[in-house]
Write a protein that binds this ligand. Structure first.
Ligand code: BYC
Length: 315
């Protein structure tokens, strides 16, 4: 079968909502686009462990510490499923990690902002994981089987993360005036960066059109952003938090909330490496990778020993 016929069959399978599996024929651009998005997603999970990881030793109670520890470990697990799923497209883990460390691969802009107070653990769980869930629930319907299946488990875990974040903020909002102020300050700093997690507006998003056709993206950046705003406003109002956006209001005609323009210059600065924490995040990842070399070496030496022993027994 020639390339054109293969591509026609492939597009028909996508149209029928069939999952594409690792050994199936895929157009080269489908492979490269998936490697780009899935590895960016994996890197985001791994770099995303850093802002919260920094607060584990400062959690205000044993219960909070246990929950935060479990959450950060879950994010590490999500990164690992996603790296494995990306490897099924023919790229090695080493190559993926090198792309992150060299700055060639992106990771979510949101993790380049600092986590300054305990309330930020609430805002990250509620807003950042909340934004991630909106996107990832849609991605459960993605056409590439390993990506779509990874999302099912990831979404279950993210919903616990979101609730633990919301509960932290609810507790602070029921506390002293200083605690309420801390929660509001956190909301003021994380709300707009969380909205920018969904990426540029649709008219400025070069990848959306093709990714929607391939069912890599099931919704556009603006559709997801709007769904997130609509879901989050009543939750904030319920615990008494306000939004740092004077244009945020219900639009009866659209049956959605309107919201103000986002600062896209800031977004691109952060994406290009000039956010408040980009340098320290990458340095922390490189150090962790170097510090972990002995573990990888030991695992490889053990695997080699097992293979040699099996070979000896077979002879
Ligand atoms: N940050 O054409 P567009 C988590 C880039 S982690 C940085 O719209 P696309 C968690 C984009 O890559 C969950 N870069 O792109 C973990 C593209 O550049 P390239 C993270 C961004 O791919 C720990 C360019 O801008 N979730 O939950 O169609 C603790 C043009 O954009 C961003 C995912 O990764 C950004 N925010 O759409 C707590 C979800 N936005 O690559 C929580 C999977 C855009 O062409 N990813 N760019 O050079 C996606 O759904 C899509 O990749 C995006 C962007 C919606 C993010």
């Amino acid at each position: 079968m020639n390339e054109l016929e293969l591509e026609k069959q492939f597009n028909e399978r996508i149209a029928r909502d069939e999952k594409i599996e690792p050994k199936d024929w895929m157009p080269e651009k489908y492979i490269q686009t998936h490697i780009r998005q899935m590895s960016q997603h994996a890197h985001s999970e791994i770099v995303g462990m850093l802002p919260e990881g920094n607060w584990i030793t400062r959690a205000p109670s044993l219960r909070r510490k246990v929950a935060l520890l479990a959450k950060v470990q879950d994010e590490g697990g999500h990164g690992l499923y996603l790296y494995s799923a990306t490897e099924t497209l023919g790229i090695s883990r080493d190559e993926l990690i090198n792309q992150l460390h060299s700055g060639e691969a992106k990771y979510s802009s949101i993790f380049n902002y600092p986590a300054l107070t305990w309330a930020d653990m609430g805002a990250i769980g509620w807003l950042v994981d909340g934004a991630a869930i909106i996107n990832q629930v849609a991605l459960m319907g993605a056409s590439y089987g390993p990506y779509s299946r990874a999302m099912v488990r990831i979404c279950k875990e993210e919903s616990f993360h979101q609730r633990q974040g919301y509960e932290i903020l609810m507790t602070l909002m029921n506390g002293t005036p200083e605690q309420r102020e801390m929660a509001q300050d956190s909301m003021n700093r994380w709300w707009l960066p969380a909205l920018m997690m969904f990426g540029p507006t649709d008219d400025k998003s070069p990848n959306t059109e093709q990714s929607v056709k391939w069912k890599l993206k099931r919704k556009t950046n603006d559709e997801l952003r709007q769904a997130f705003v609509d879901q989050t406003v009543p939750q904030a109002e319920f615990i008494g938090l306000t939004f740092p956006d004077k244009d945020l209001k219900w639009n009866e005609e659209r049956k959605h909330y309107d919201f103000g323009a986002l600062n896209w210059d800031e977004f691109w600065q952060v994406v290009k490496g000039h956010g408040p924490c980009n340098k320290q995040r990458i340095e922390a990842r490189i150090k962790a990778h170097e510090d972990g070399k002995w573990v990888r070496d030991a695992a490889m030496a053990y695997a080699e020993k097992q293979i040699n022993e099996e070979l000896k027994q077979a002879i």
